[in-house]
Ligand binder design. Structure first.
Ligand SMILES: O=C(O)C(=O)C[C@H](O)[C@H](O)COP(=O)(O)O
Length: 208
């Protein structure tokens, strides 16, 4: 799978933190019910790999990727459990080349022009702008559109259901990401119905 194809499934990729492995499948079901198929589960918690393994086995229709991939070991672990893609918060050539070697699609994080150029040099033209709002948001993406006219971005970090339509109206933004679909309090209360509502709301965001 090409990472840019992830945008074909909807305008928003949820960035998910799973603290309790038993929440993995019901949370994924709630998101799928709301029309969200692409799930980025961050490797921020100790049960993240186990959680993704369960989702992949129980819900084959989900397209599961590992977020917070910071090392070659992270990338190899994600590949070995069947993740279809990986997302990194920053970029190193080492990780970019490793993902190419092991056949794992990578959406690499960047926040500067130099990082865009390094990623391009290794063949990556669809990049995550992270942390999107903190590094300049819409204005930065408009600025990047000039010199990097062949590059597309998935802004993540500070994007909300309110601001997502503005990001998605930019020609270089096919999809955006965020944690707002799976808020900690709703997950803590196992409020899957409310998570389905947030997923429906996000899936319904119109792109121009
Ligand atoms: O852990 C990672 O590698 C990440 O992917 C970071 C997330 O993209 C942001 O934390 C999302 O930020 P918010 O939507 O503002 O909560």
């Amino acid at each position: 799978m090409k990472t840019l194809d992830l945008a074909n499934y909807g305008p928003v990729i949820p960035v998910i933190v799973i603290d309790k492995v038993e929440d993995a499948v019901p949370m994924a079901e709630a998101l799928l019910e709301g029309g969200i198929k692409v799930l980025e589960v961050t490797l921020r918690t100790s049960c993240a790999l186990d959680a993704m393994d369960r989702i992949i086995k129980h819900l084959p229709e989900a397209i599961v990727g590992a977020g917070t991939v910071r090392t070659k070991v992270d990338a190899s672990a994600a590949k070995s459990i069947g993740c279809q893609f990986a997302v990194s918060p920053g970029y190193t050539s080492e990780i970019g080349k490793h993902c190419l070697d092991i056949g794992l699609s990578l959406l690499p994080g960047v926040s500067t022009g130099s990082e865009v150029m390094m990623a391009n040099n290794d063949g990556y033209y669809f990049l995550k702008l992270f942390p999107a709002v903190a590094v300049g948001g819409i204005n930065l993406l408009k600025g990047f559109a000039g010199p990097f006219s062949d590059v597309k971005f998935c802004p993540t970090g500070g994007v909300t259901v309110q601001s997502a339509p503005d990001f998605l109206s930019l020609p270089n933004v096919p999809v955006c990401g965020g944690t707002w679909l799976t808020p900690k309090d709703l997950v803590g209360n196992k409020n899957w119905i409310e998570i389905t509502k947030l997923a429906k709301e996000a899936s319904a965001i119109k792109r121009p």
